[in-house]
Ligand binder design. Structure first.
Ligand code: ADP
Ligand code: MG
Length: 388
């Protein structure tokens, strides 16, 4: 990825002078626990070594000026004017974080920001949280807020970033992405309890087991994405009301059949079944990781994908092709990851099979005339912090 020196140089070209520092934050891939976060459930993401860097310098004139490697045009907006409409577009992910700091009693007097990233944008690997968390890390340091210093502080910063994404960028996401970007640990997955906000580190030692985690970025982005996400959320919330619970987290697996019997329609039943079983699969996956049973981890991936495809109906042709091809080529398990309708799939594969599985997935896409995917192995990297 562009290193801190390159990000600094680009900042100087586009803004003049030197930034006060460079901060970065990782993208993520969720191992299991999909569409559970907004149901108060469990998720198990890893932070990636792919990161977004933000070179930041405060200004005193109330202006925010943002540039990114993906867009040559600087975006300028008065910090006081930032809202749901302004600045709009990609810069709202940066502006939203300044807005959040202000809302929390830490007004930002203005800033110059340059963003560079090697997190694929829109691939379901959370480039949006990476940009927010990198900027938040910078502001936390420069304003002397000090929240980066410990996990409790990082949890607060994560909620500010989520607020920015929900309110200013207008994306109704749960809190998983920001939590892992700020609170993940190298060589660990993070068990995120989206009800309590607690994060527990779970060893994720691929190399020690001669395994690799392959990401297949399908490059597909189906338009249904946003609307369907909102519909799924609404269905879950309505089902929770019918069942008399705050969130579907409160429905135990042992009580699932009884709960399903109280729902009116097959569609709600299928959605609830996914959520309740998926939360259970996260718990079983954590137990399997702690017990070094990676074959079981693979089986849980397969079950999760089937549930997302058949019960939650958020998969798509590209994701199914990626999963099926990876399994046929010897993956221990594979599943879609992220919200669905495109984005990425993951496959747990023997380290020696990365090339063979990649070739098989590419061939399966070519055979169906699908846009070529990007396949790359990932590991669990460190959380957001200061680079320079
Ligand atoms: P994901 O988070 O899965 O990558 P999203 O749709 O949530 O997908 O977020 C992608 C959006 O985040 C982009 O469309 C853009 O607005 C913003 N973004 C992410 N990374 C960058 C970047 N490096 N530079 C500018 N904008 C970015
Ligand atoms: Mg995102």
């Amino acid at each position: 990825m562009p290193d801190a020196a390159q990000t600094t140089a680009r900042f100087s070209d586009l803004h003049g002078g030197e930034p006060s520092g460079v901060w970065s934050a990782p993208g993520r891939v969720n191992l299991i626990g999909e569409h559970t976060d907004y149901n108060g459930g469990l998720a198990l993401p890893i932070a990636l070594t792919q990161r977004t860097r933000a070179a930041v310098r405060l200004r005193e004139d109330g202006l925010l000026r943002v540039t990114s490697d993906i867009s040559d045009d600087p975006v300028e907006v008065a910090v006081a004017d930032v809202d749901e409409q302004r600045p709009g577009g990609w810069a709202s992910y940066v502006a939203g974080v300044l807005w959040s700091f202000g809302r929390q009693g830490h007004p930002v007097p203005g800033a110059d920001v340059h963003v560079s990233s090697d997190v694929p944008v829109g691939a379901g690997l959370s480039s949006s949280a990476a940009i927010e968390c990198a900027v938040a890390a910078g502001l936390d340091d420069l304003l002397g807020v000090g929240l980066l210093a410990d996990d409790a502080g990082r949890a607060r910063l994560a909620s500010w970033c989520q607020d920015a994404e929900n309110t200013i960028a207008g994306a109704q996401t749960g809190g998983m992405d920001q939590a892992i970007s700020l609170r993940g640990q190298e060589a660990h997955a993070a068990l995120i309890d989206c009800r309590s906000g607690e994060v527990e580190q779970v060893p994720f030692d691929l190399a020690g087991h001669d395994l690799a985690l392959l990401v297949v970025d399908t490059k597909a982005q189906h338009e249904l994405n946003d609307g369907q996400y909102a519909v799924r959320r609404a269905t879950c919330e309505a089902a929770a009301r019918t069942l008399g619970v705050g969130t579907l987290r409160e429905v135990p697996v042992s009580g699932l059949d009884e709960a399903l019997g109280r729902l009116e329609d097959d569609e709600s039943r299928a959605r609830v079944r996914h959520v309740v079983m998926e939360i259970d699969r996260v718990e079983r996956c954590v137990a399997a990781l702690r017990g070094d049973d990676y074959a079981q981890v693979g089986r849980l991936f397969v079950a999760s994908h089937a549930s997302l495809r058949d019960d939650y109906e958020v998969s798509c042709l590209e994701l199914d092709v990626a999963v099926d091809a990876a399994l046929a080529a010897g993956a221990l398990g594979a599943r879609m990851t992220g919200g669905g309708f495109g984005g990425s799939a993951i496959a747990l594969v023997p380290a020696g099979s990365v090339d063979a599985v990649t070739a098989a997935v590419e061939a399966a896409f070519a055979e169906r005339g699908l846009h070529a995917p990007a396949c790359f192995a990932v590991t669990a990297g460190p959380p957001a912090g200061r680079d320079a």
